[in-house]
Ligand binder design. Structure first.
Ligand code: AMP
Length: 561
């Protein structure tokens, strides 16, 4: 069985294609979204998802989130006694989703199609595959997130060719992609985005408004109060998606203060953020060589697109209402599951050919003539431009720059800067040329870049016909099978809590948080209830567990938590 997985920055989901449709599989708590958060508690047990998220509020030093941002990098996270890379943490999330899917399907899940942002380079795609392998999943196919979303919206099934824009505003990232459907080929034409713009920034706008209205100085507040204010701001943001006005309670010191905001005020305060959304939109449209009016449909992905102010912003800009027929949190996972069905050659889905674009520019170093007659080395000459559909092959001709030059060295770079020292050097290739006056000899340099992110550079000396070529692979240091095996063993030794205990675990984490937040009699009550509940869990007496559990929930509800 192959499942589709959206391994998201904020939340992850798993979906399966069954009985002619794609559906989200609920996790062990019966929820559709699993927060992409991992924690290791004092006992060395790994917490995943909601319990890890709750736990992170009291033990940030033992928790990790937003690690997708550092996929494929050397960054390490120290959680308790354990060190993890982003791949390891992602593997733990994937393992938990795999278990949820197996429980739901009643069979083993060996393989997954995992989605990644369209701009993920080869290193980060390989790191994602590795995370899958570490979780015990075969990952033969990676799908780009906008393509997955487009598939869910059925855009691959349109009769004529269509051009559409996928607007993906998640918790902390904003991605825009322009896709084109032509026959049965679904092509990503351009991608752009802002890695530091998302729903959280909109929450921060409300947070600032609360601080201003209640005349609170952020610098002087303790971290607990700040986190409570942030939670109140988040609650208000969600409510303003459905209501014209909302009031929230903000706990400051020993008293609760009220804060009210209208959706109109919120929209006004968000004006600078809407302005920031414009730049990537414009860049993607320019890169795809289209006009705004050429976009046939706009589809929404990411929880933050639920905000009416975002929908209005899009409607104004594109002069059409976005398609909101699919739950924006689920579009990617559902599409990944359809892609899994295509891979299994399920007869109920029409197969489409997916293509991708190169997320960066590839080129070589050249020396240019200066206006004052001198020469300057170190300039970048792009060969395959950013957002070129891959596989792609492009040839450029370069001439000798000096008299009597008898060698031409092609330094291969990746990046967007005019000067090569700001770009990434991938390697070099040198050919001999007959010595002669400057500009007499020429080489044809061909770059071929394929779906697997392998770049082949071929240099042909025009006068002699001599050819040389070289393969450049990503920088990612792929682990050997033995290394993967060893890392899997290490991760397997870290136990995920048993599935059926997840609710109890979550309750204990909440109780710990509530205990820390309150004082006096409330504290004593919670401590007593926790002890009784833990003893009941140890005794495995069902009645006792239910009774003590109920008492603990009541005790927590009595406090603010
Ligand atoms: P994602 O990364 O796609 O899960 O998106 C998470 C972001 O969406 C968070 O910033 C949430 O606050 C935001 N979000 C989810 N639901 C809503 C809603 N109903 N209204 C406004 N923002 C929402």
């Amino acid at each position: 069985m192959i499942v589709g997985i959206d391994l998201g920055t904020t939340n992850s989901l798993v979906a399966v294609f069954q009985d002619g449709e794609s559906r989200i599989i609920q996790n062990r708590l019966g929820e559709r979204l699993t927060p992409s958060v991992v924690a290791v508690d004092e006992k060395g047990e790994v917490l995943i998802g909601r319990s890890a998220k709750e736990y992170s509020a009291i033990h940030p030093e033992r928790s990790a989130s937003v690690f997708k941002r550092f996929m494929g990098s050397e960054k390490e996270y120290q959680l308790g006694n354990h060190k993890f890379k982003s791949e390891d943490l992602s593997a733990l999330i994937l393992k938990s989703l795999k278990e949820d899917a197996e429980h739901f399907l009643g069979c083993e899940v060996e393989e997954a199609v995992i989605s990644v942002p369209a701009y993920f380079d080869d290193d980060r795609r390989k790191a994602t595959k590795l995370a899958g392998q570490l979780a015990g999943l075969k990952v033969e196919r990676i799908i780009s997130e906008p393509t997955a979303a487009a598939i869910t919206y059925g855009l691959y099934d349109k009769s004529q060719s269509t051009r559409f824009l996928v607007f993906d505003l998640g918790g902390g990232t904003f991605d825009v992609s322009i896709l084109e459907l032509f026959d049965t080929i679904l092509e990503v034409r351009a991608v752009a985005g802002d890695n530091y713009l998302g729903g959280e920034d909109f929450t921060a706008v409300i947070e600032d408004a609360i601080l201003e209205k209640l005349e609170l100085d952020k610098e002087k507040l303790d971290s607990k109060t700040l986190s409570l204010i942030y939670e109140a701001a988040e609650e208000m943001k969600l409510r303003l998606s459905d209501e014209a006005e909302a009031t929230v309670k903000v706990p400051v010191g020993d008293e609760d203060k009220e804060f009210t905001m209208t959706s109109h005020e919120f929209e006004e305060a968000c004006e600078p953020l809407l302005e920031k959304l414009r730049a990537p939109l414009q860049r993607s449209i320019a890169d795809a060589h289209v006009r705004v009016s050429d976009i046939d449909e706009v589809v929404l992905v990411g929880g933050a697109t639920r905000m009416p102010l975002i929908r209005n912003f899009i409607a104004k800009l594109f002069k059409k209402f976005p398609d909101t027929s699919v739950n924006p949190d689920e579009a990617i996972a559902l599409g990944a599951a359809i892609q899994a069905a295509m891979k299994e050659r399920n007869k109920e889905v029409k197969e489409v050919i997916l293509t991708d674009v190169c997320g960066f520019t590839l080129g070589t170093e050249v020396t240019v003539d200066r206006y004052d007659g001198g020469q300057e080395a170190g300039h970048f000459s792009p060969i395959i431009e950013r957002n070129t559909v891959i596989p792609a092959s492009r040839t450029e001709r370069y001439y000798t720059a000096r008299d009597n030059q008898d060698k031409v060295t092609i330094n291969v770079y990746q990046g967007e800067s005019r000067m090569v020292h700001n770009n990434l050097l991938l390697g070099e290739l040198t050919v001999d040329v007959p010595a002669g006056p400057k500009g007499q000899e020429a080489v044809d340099v061909t770059f071929t870049y394929d779906i697997n992110a392998i770049l082949e550079v071929e240099v042909k000396v025009v006068s002699t016909g001599e050819m040389k070529s070289k393969i450049f692979k990503g920088r990612y240091n792929q682990m050997t099978d033995e290394e993967i095996e060893a890392r899997m063993k290490e991760l397997a030794y870290l136990k995920l809590g048993p599935r059926d205990q997840e609710e109890n675990k979550l309750l204990l984490v909440r109780a710990e948080r509530a205990y820390e937040e309150c004082i006096g009699g409330d504290r004593t009550l919670i401590a007593q209830c926790v002890q009784a509940f833990e003893e009941a869990l140890d005794s495995r007496d069902r009645e006792k567990i239910l009774d003590t559990r109920r008492a603990l929930v009541e005790a927590i509800n009595q406090t603010k938590w």
